[in-house]
Each structure stands twice: as structure tokens, then as C-alpha cells.
Design a protein around this ligand. Structure first.
Ligand code: SF4
Length: 346
């Protein structure tokens, strides 16, 4: 791998350090079935709280991302582009070359204790999923949640990972002293679509099980209905089935977001589309002819349909103290080009 070669010599190490803000890299693989084919690059990061450049356009200003790359392997993931900054490719490498900031909890604790830190909201899951499979091995989130709870520092998590339930007690403890917002991402409930387009994720119904469990334990949980995938997941029957399932899970809110295809994700998604649904390639080229986003008329149509269904199934808007929905970037806002600014479709 080019990146490892770079890391092996002096020049490469300097470059790698610049990319990671890290001092050293240890590369590991594990034999267990869930980690087969995945390589972990353990780094000691120099900082863990990232400021979102151009925060005025973003719904949060600070993020913590203990991982880079994501074994959930969603074909459309727009964090893919960030792997290219590491001289890794945005396709299979993104799914299988996972950077782990092993000192994330210690670093966070130190940064939260700094007199310069003002206790602002910290968003997690904004770049890649902090409850991806690696977390089962590295256990970084318990330390991170504990640190935030100890400092009564408000935070939010967006995830597709059922592993978040492992940390339920910690989340409940933190929610007693600060605002804790959890959102789970479920863009559709179609199993066939799930298997091919989100191959490394827990099934949609398992994710909705997370919503149910969190809600039962007093942690209001919203659903980011993302992405709604044109021509594959946007049929009225599919939207209806998805919103109905979301409502049945006890979600406090549902927020639809149509697929967007930025560079890095776009190439990977389109090659997947050509392989699995070749008859749709031309339609996609037309729909996304203007850039990364589907046309406004399409986005409005989906939003209206989902809102009508949400009303029908009784999911109201967020209510203070119950629905703590992670705000979503307005579809046409183009976040600046940096790790901390990537809001992914978890
Ligand atoms: S969309 Fe989210 S869960 Fe899927 S690969 Fe990207 S970061 Fe991981």
C-alpha cells in the first residue's frame, strides 16, 4: 500500500504525520471472522476535537471522530473522499483500511479539561460511524462518552451501529447531566437494497431495534431517513413501509435526506449502479447532471411525501427534552473540504 510505503521512510512519515496529525502508526489485522479482510492502522492522534471550518453553515461546530474509513461499506458514503487525503483509495480501501485513533479518549479528556474549552456541543458520527465494527475491538466510545459525561459536555451521535447499545448505561448517565442527542440512520427497509448498497451495516430492522431500546430507556432517538435512493428506494410503497417502521420503533422524529453524490462517492456508487442496475445509469446521469445533489424539485417531493407519511403514522416534530434530533446540513449547502466537515449518511 502506497501509504505504508510512505510511512516507512522519513519523507513519508512527515507526510503521514501531517495527514493524520499522528506520531506513529501500528498496522494490525485480526483473524476473527468479523475483521477478516480489514487492516487497522493504529495512530496516536495529536488532537481529537475538530473545529468545523465554515461553521456558520453547519449545524455543529465541533466534532470528534475516533476512526477514519468505515467497514459498514455503504456504497454511497460521502466520507469516501477523505481516504484519498491519506493516499488510500476511496473504494475498497475506505471499507477495509481503518485508521484508529487509539488515544482518542485520553486526548478528549485532556482537551475538555483545558481552560480554553468552552463546553460547546460535540457531534460524533459526522465523518464515519463511531460504532462501526472496529469499535467492538477498540472500545473507544465508552471512554469518550465518560469523558463528555464527566464534563457535562453536550454531545450527539449519529450511527448505523447496533453496538451503541453496549454503551447504554453510559449514555443514560451522561444524559442526566447534559444534553445527549442520538440519531440512527435508516434510509429504507428494503432488504435486497440493504444487502447490496450497505453491505457491512446491521439490517435496517436491527437499527430500528436500537431506536426502540434507546427510547424505552428514556433516551429519545430520532431517525435520519438517509439516504433516500432515487429509483431504488423512493417508490411510494417503499417510503410508506420505511416511515411506518420508523414510527413503530418509537422514533421521536424522522428527517428525510435524498442521496447526494460528491466526488469520491460518486464514482464508487456509479460503478456499483452499472453493475447492479445498469438500466438506471442514464437516469442517474440526468438526475445528477448539475452536480452532487438531486434537483430541488425531487428533494422537495421526497420531503413532502415523508412528512405526510410521518403525520399519518404519528411521528411529530422534535419536542424539547424528548426528541433530540441531530440537525442535518441543508441539502444545498456544500460543506468545506475537510475531515471535520463531512456529515455522512450514516
Ligand atoms: S455512510 Fe456511515 S455507516 Fe455507511 S460507510 Fe459511511 S460512515 Fe460508515
Amino acid at each position: 500500500m502506497r501509504w505504508e510505503n510512505l510511512a516507512a521512510d522519513g519523507t513519508g512519515r512527515a507526510r503521514e504525520a501531517a495527514l493524520f496529525g499522528a506520531d506513529a502508526v501500528t498496522t494490525r489485522t485480526f483473524d476473527s471472522p468479523e475483521f477478516r479482510g480489514i487492516t487497522f492502522h493504529e495512530v496516536r492522534a495529536r488532537s481529537i476535537v475538530n473545529r468545523v471550518p465554515g461553521a456558520s453553515r453547519m449545524p455543529f461546530e465541533w466534532t470528534v471522530n475516533p476512526y477514519r474509513g468505515c467497514s459498514h461499506a455503504c456504497v454511497y458514503c460521502f466520507a469516501r473522499k477523505t481516504h484519498s487525503y491519506l493516499d488510500l483509495d476511496t473504494g475498497l480501501d475506505f471499507d477495509s483500511q481503518i485508521v484508529v485513533k487509539v488515544n482518542a479518549p485520553d486526548l478528549l479528556r485532556r482537551q475538555l479539561a483545558s481552560p480554553r474549552w468552552q463546553g460547546e456541543h460535540i457531534a460524533m458520527g459526522t465523518n464515519v460511524d463511531c460504532y462501526q465494527r472496529a469499535e467492538g475491538r477498540y472500545h473507544l466510545m465508552p471512554g469518550i462518552i465518560s469523558a463528555l459525561g464527566e464534563h457535562a459536555n453536550p454531545f450527539s451521535i449519529l450511527t448505523k451501529g447496533t453496538l451503541i447499545l453496549r454503551d447504554l448505561d453510559l449514555l443514560r448517565q451522561a444524559a442526566r447531566v447534559c444534553e445527549v442527542g442520538i440519531s440512527v440512520s435508516v434510509g429504507f427497509t428494503d432488504r435486497e437494497l440493504w444487502r447490496t448498497v450497505e453491505p457491512g451495516t446491521p439490517a435496517p430492522e436491527r437499527r430500528l431495534g436500537v431506536v426502540r431500546t434507546l427510547t424505552e430507556h428514556g433516551i429519545g432517538c430520532g431517525v435520519l431517513m438517509a439516504p433516500v435512493i432515487p429509483f431504488l428506494g423512493d417508490h411510494p410503497d417503499q417510503l410508506r413501509a420505511t416511515v411506518r417502521a420508523i414510527a413503530a420503533s418509537g422514533a421521536t422524529s424522522v428527517t428525510p435526506l435524498v442521496l447526494h453524490l460528491r466526488p469520491g462517492a460518486r464514482e464508487w456508487f456509479m460503478s456499483w449502479l452499472a453493475h447492479h442496475h445498469p438500466h438506471l445509469v442514464r437516469r442517474y446521469e440526468r438526475l445528477y447532471a448539475e452536480g452532487a445533489y438531486a434537483p430541488k424539485w425531487y428533494q422537495r417531493r421526497i420531503t413532502r411525501q415523508v412528512h405526510e407519511l410521518a403525520e399519518e403514522f404519528g411521528i411529530g416534530p422534535s419536542r424539547p427534552g424528548t426528541a433530540r434530533r441531530l440537525p442535518v446540513v441543508p441539502p444545498q449547502a456544500e460543506p468545506p473540504h475537510a475531515e471535520a466537515t463531512q456529515l455522512t449518511l450514516l
